[in-house]
Design a protein around this ligand. Structure first.
Ligand code: Z5A
Length: 212
């Protein structure tokens, strides 16, 4: 039956500043969808488990130095090395909740001053998310949460620039939620949007590519 073979999982991306709560909300949404009987996995970028991911991880920990363009391309390559598995999972009916994606790549590198169109170019052709959830929090409020660790980028001044880049990148299709509310209230805002997207994809919405 045609309709059934077109049914697929949803590609749902969480974006936001450091400490906006993406990791916490990813795991809550995973449990929520599992509880409803959906096939779902939680992913994150950078995926530090691959060879490229290990280079990124050591860069973020300030254990290695790389040119801004080079690290940008590594973040992108890290998504490309997961692209085909991503498509396989989605087509087999598994929904993916992804903590950071191409938008982080562009927001962080353009916050350093790289040209935004140059930043977008290597992302072209990756799978386009069905839903982008932006966890909106003022940089100052995010900084108050448990304090920043020692990783590169975890500084208030830089996070302000990233927030500005996200502003430029955001289009009308993104769903913005107030992320400085308590955990349960943030989750409540997300649940309905996520369920909506899962249902639409089950009905056979076609997969598309960035940036279109
Ligand atoms: N990066 C890049 O440059 N280019 C790219 O292409 C990609 C990434 C993909 C590592 O990412 C860095 O890589 C990141 C962007 C850059 N740098 N920065 N900044 P990462 O994903 O590994 O690290 P992260 O995004 O910084 O994750 P995080 O620190 O784990 O933040 P989070 O996932 O958004 O938040 P959380 O872990 O759920 O919560 C953080 C804390 O806040 C924690 O203590 C919670 O208990 C607390 N919290 C969360 N929600 C609430 C609420 N609602 N109320 C009260 N407290 C809360």
């Amino acid at each position: 039956n045609n309709h059934k073979s077109d049914s697929r999982g949803a590609l749902i991306v969480l974006e936001g500043l450091d400490r906006s709560g993406k990791t916490s909300q990813s795991s809550r949404l995973l449990s929520y969808l599992e509880g409803l009987g959906h096939s779902v996995e939680s992913w994150r970028f950078p995926d530090r488990n691959t060879g490229v991911g290990q280079m990124i991880s050591s860069y973020l920990a300030n254990e290695s130095q790389l040119d801004d363009h080079t690290i940008h391309l590594l973040f992108s390559a890290n998504r490309w090395e997961k692209r085909s598995l991503m498509e396989t999972k989605l087509r087999s009916g598994t929904t993916l909740i992804v903590d950071r994606y191409s938008f982080s790549g562009v927001a962080f590198s353009s916050a350093k001053g790289l040209d935004i169109e140059w930043c977008k170019a290597p992302e072209i052709g990756l799978l386009a998310p069905d839903l982008v959830l932006y966890l909106d929090i003022p940089p100052e409020k995010a900084a108050e949460r448990g304090g920043y660790g020692g990783e590169r980028y975890e500084q208030l001044e830089f996070q302000r620039k990233v927030a500005h880049s996200y502003q430029i990148l955001r289009d009308g299709s993104w769903k913005t939620v107030n992320a400085w509310l308590p955990f349960d209230d943030v989750e409540k805002q997300l649940r309905e949007m996520v369920l909506d997207s899962v249902t639409t994809c089950q009905k056979g919405k076609s997969l598309s590519k960035l940036w279109s």
